[in-house]
Design a protein around this ligand. Structure first.
Ligand code: PGA
Length: 254
């Protein structure tokens, strides 16, 4: 089966001005216009405060909008949070959930991520659910059990047809460190994730889910990563903040 390709930019807590965010979005949009492969979808997962401004820049382009987090309640007295219906209303297609920075710095658990994924799907948002092992876990040979456990618990009670779910395999030790997981190993773990999805859902559904690799992906690593049978795209942090680098990355992905 040939799946489509998704290159999702995870801007994290950047850039720190509205103008900077607009320049980044319009620079990339211009740079890939009429050049990127039609098989490749690009999404900008941006800080909540920039969602509307970026939506208006990419509205007439094929680039999609994504949030970086949400709260599992739909409305009410939850100061400081944003909801799934708010993200859908503003035009988001995706939301990143369970990124390792949220798991470690904000104490997010698999149980919480499952609740967030459920509410996302209820509001037609596609969750990009992140899983990944730490260096310590890898060195103790726990990678596979950690990944399967995160996958099973984060997707508990989450119903999908396969088209509305994305998984990102992001080894924690490769995020923002310049250390990329070898393409073969990333492919092996993405294959393990697909087997896990087949057990949770069905083989047919698992074949449809896009599985991204994330962790120090650059324009000069993406070609080899995209040649792997189980890798359907990338979740890109640092390299998504530099217009020329991200444009080249998207063009090399197709
Ligand atoms: P990085 O971040 O590309 O800067 O390693 C990836 C991510 O955290 O999603």
């Amino acid at each position: 089966m040939s799946r489509s390709v998704l290159i999702a930019a995870n801007w994290k807590l950047n850039p720190n001005t509205l103008k900077g965010s607009q320049e980044l979005a319009s620079g990339v949009s211009e740079g890939i216009k009429d050049k990127k492969s039609s098989k490749v979808e690009v999404a900008f997962c941006v800080p909540a405060i920039y969602l509307q401004a970026i939506e208006s820049i990419i509205a007439k382009s094929p680039i999609k909008l994504g949030g970086q987090n949400l709260y599992f309640e739909e409305k009410g007295a939850f100061t400081g949070e944003i909801s799934a219906p708010m993200l859908t209303d503003i035009g988001a297609k995706y939301v990143v959930l369970g990124h390792s920075e949220r798991r470690t710095l904000f104490a997010e658990t698999d149980e919480l991520i499952s609740k967030k994924a459920q509410v996302s799907l209820k509001h037609n948002l596609i969750p990009i659910v992140c899983v990944g092992e730490t260096l310590e876990q890898r060195e103790k040979n726990e990678t596979d059990s950690v990944i399967i456990s995160q996958l099973n618990k984060s997707l508990k009670s989450v119903e999908t047809n396969g088209d509305n779910l994305v998984i990102a395999y992001e080894p924690v030790w490769a995020i923002g460190t310049g250390k990329t997981c070898s393409s073969e190993e990333a492919n092996r773990v993405c294959g393990l994730i697909r087997q896990g999805l087949a057990k949770l859902y069905s083989k047919e559904i698992a074949e449809k889910v896009l599985i991204l690799y994330g962790g120090s992906v650059k324009s000069n690593t993406i070609k080899e990563q995209m040649q792997q049978s189980e890798i359907d795209g990338a979740l890109v942090g640092g390299a998504s903040l530099i217009v020329d680098e991200f444009v080249q990355l998207v063009l090399n992905a197709g």
